[in-house]
Design a protein around this ligand. Sequence first.
Ligand SMILES: O=C(O)[C@H]1O[C@H](OP(=O)(O)OP(=O)(O)OC[C@H]2O[C@@H](n3ccc(=O)[nH]c3=O)[C@H](O)[C@@H]2O)[C@H](O)[C@@H](O)[C@@H]1O
Length: 403
Amino acid sequence: MEKSSYFFTRGGGARWHYSLAKLTVWSFAFLALILIFFLRSPAPSTITSAADPSRRSLRNYNWGGSAWEKRVRASARARSSNGLTVLVTGAAGFVGTHVSSALKRRGDGALLERTGVFIVEGDINDEALLRKLFEVVPFTHVMHLAAQAGVRYAMENPGSYVHSNIAGFVNLLEVCKSVNPQPAIVWASSSSVYGLNTKVPFSEKDRTDQPASLYAATKKAGEEIAHTYNHIYGLSLTGLRFFTVYGPWGRPDMAYFFFTKDILKGKQIAIFEAANHGTVARDFTYIDDIVKGCLGALDTAEKSTGSGGKKRGPAQLRVFNLGNTSPVPVSELVSILERLLKVKAKRNIMKLPRNGDVQYTHANISYAQRELGYKPTTDLQSGLKKFVRWYLNYYSDGKKAVE
Ligand SMILES: O=C(O)[C@H]1O[C@H](OP(=O)(O)OP(=O)(O)OC[C@H]2O[C@@H](n3ccc(=O)[nH]c3=O)[C@H](O)[C@@H]2O)[C@H](O)[C@@H](O)[C@@H]1O
């Protein structure tokens, strides 16, 4: 059942559908070997041509050698015979940090090393690195979260989106299709693929051919590319359309994060509204709910069917919405933050800029509910409470600068 009202507090009866036993097997069986996708600009010395981002070269990272391989192998050892070994890309990112930690079932972002997650710094465009990783460990699954995210930044740095979301993804799929056994791949798409679609709530069957930003276009391209690799090589592929994910260790470029920072600093914040004072709203989704969706997708992913670069039969191809089914206006997000921070925001109501933003998102999650047991349980008020607590604690003693 979809909720169309803006405010919705979930009942205490809502439960994640995994059995405890299954989760325990998972928690012990998982390897989260982490490939950090390099999101910053490459060192200037490695840029072959600043004007042509597609020609940028890979930054040099230190990987390889017998000690390194030993650590990779040790980290990859599953603790049960039917355990999965998961290569997580983008593990230093927001969603990746939480997913990796959940795979190991303890700790969070800054504590990744302590949780037993081995971190490999590298670039998903580095074919040699990916091949080496698969040579050292026959990964059963890839959780691909490395990407260039953000809707508005795509106008400033379009090349970074092509580099990561298209070239990097293709590079990863090329390696995955040729290794034996081929892993099953779960990867991050985005709610932004719905673009100018006006039919709400957004269902996986709705049109996605009107992206409003280059970012959305690259994610949509990823979905088409996934189709191709599934079709030609029998790779099992599951795309997850995340809806405005927020929470502790979140991305500072997202509105809820910099609104918090600016409200506390007494700085004015821009709150977008559509034409004729139309409400701009998002189906904000709490990180813990997203993590459950990611684990559900890994857990239900079928094996790839190909080997040695050849398809042996039809393979699974899926796309799911992972949202909260409860859109909240941005102005209400600000009111919640004001109450939690006990500071009044300096609101500057502005027209929604034409640089990629869409007016409204709302996920229909029945397919994910059915197939993955996905059932979000955190409303925006409760999720922001956790975020604000983390934020105040993280930046409290002035050790970490709020830039
Ligand atoms: O769900 C998604 O697909 C996308 O969600 C977010 O994109 P967005 O929803 O635009 O998130 P924010 O940039 O945090 O914006 C949230 C809301 O605040 C509004 N906003 C943003 C910035 C601002 O200064 N003022 C303002 O009112 C936006 O219009 C939007 O409605 C992420 O940034 C994308 O990486 C992700 O793919």
